[in-house]
Design a protein around this ligand. Sequence first.
Ligand code: GTP
Ligand code: MG
Length: 195
Amino acid sequence: HVIKNVNLETVCGITSALPENIHPEVAFAGKSNVGKSSLINALMNRKSYARTSQQPGKTQTINFYNINDEIYFVDLPGYGYAKVSNEIKAKWGRMIENYLQRSKQLRLVFLLIDIRHEPSQNDRHMYRWIVENGFYPVIIATKADKIKRSQLSKQLKLIKNTLDVAEGTPVVAFSALSKQGRDEIWDLIETYALN
Ligand code: GTP
Ligand code: MG
């Protein structure tokens, strides 16, 4: 996919009104530090336009990246970030839910899971939400460079089994270092969000 321009167009905090965009939106959900912002950079062919950090809890707002005046990538705050109070966690949870429920342009929700770990309760909850709300589920298994090639299929199976995914659900191994999986993810965006 040719990236002509990218622009962080809207940043929403807990009290902001959501934008009424006219182009399709693709959202990136997953726990803190799983690699949402890094995946967005890889898809945009930008090194660090979306801010990333080794510390979990980097993205604390809903960030709308306008790509080519054609589509928006929506970078969500991670869930399960331990360092903030329960009150703040609940507010972020409501902010994310509110966006996912109300956006009129949301076409696709990617659920990111660290390839090394068994999906958590929160991950299972998010997966169910995606399916129950009629979105086509796509799982991205992130940080694929952190495991041996020989472990790949075992880890993908663990993710599929724990989330209890429907037959045929795409589970794409991705690495922000090697860019493994990037083209396949763009293909899914073209198929499910741009048509
Ligand atoms: P929050 O905004 O806190 O929810 O995190 P996030 O999901 O946006 O994660 P982010 O993209 O900031 O990445 C977190 C850390 O993981 C950073 O140090 C990244 O460099 C690292 N990381 C992300 N993707 C990969 C990957 O594919 N491979 C490796 N080795 N590291 C990665
Ligand atoms: Mg982030």
